[in-house]
Ligand binder design. Sequence first.
Ligand SMILES: N[C@@H](CCC(=O)N[C@@H](CS)C(=O)NCC(=O)O)C(=O)O
Length: 227
Amino acid sequence: MPLTVFGAPLSPFVRKVRVCLLEKRLDYQLEVVMPFTPPEWYLQLNPLGRIPAMKDGELCLADSSVICQYLEEAYGQTARLYGNSPVERAQIRWLEKYADYELAPLTTFGVFRNRILKPSAGHPCNEESVQAALNQKLPPHFDYLERQLGQQPYFVGDQLSMADIALTSQLINMEHGGELIDAGRWPALAAHFARVKALASVESLLPGEQRMTAKLIEMGKRTSQPS
Ligand SMILES: N[C@@H](CCC(=O)N[C@@H](CS)C(=O)NCC(=O)O)C(=O)O
């Protein structure tokens, strides 16, 4: 039975899991569950109501990191995404956590939510909060990540890991929200973003996401027009 991922494609956490599955060449199906108003049955899978969740046979898991770490251990013959030593695993988990808990509140719940989700639901974008994220809160994080990356192609070791996937996943939501990393100020990070986005796994998801984002932008324009 194939694995089932529950969630919506524009969530950075769902994208993380999908890219992990694609890199590991594991078959899966996506069952769309929208966040914030999940159906009652979904609370059986994740009592917090957040996406993603995943089923593997009878096993049900929630939280993107828990899911990806399970896939790494349960499907040991597939591409390794959590490094090759305790040191690498710790570094990868740190950067994954950094992406999910430090970047997400700014890139996804700041820029993307304000610019795309709120207008599509008839609520105004708080552009002041977007500008604060872009100009004050994100730059120190980008400085740190630029230093961590140095001249390496990937954040940890010399191969793709969940650190690269989690960080890129957040930056994709920022891009859907109309903002790119400034390549003049953070050249290594901007090049890394382009490199990871060009992976076949990531590339295969982006056109669908871009179409959905364009639709949401159109909805936002319609709801903001006076009737
Ligand atoms: N740490 C969780 C975060 C999941 C998360 O916050 N998902 C958002 C969508 S991007 C959500 O479901 N929000 C709905 C809510 O908080 O009620 C993970 O990595 O899976």
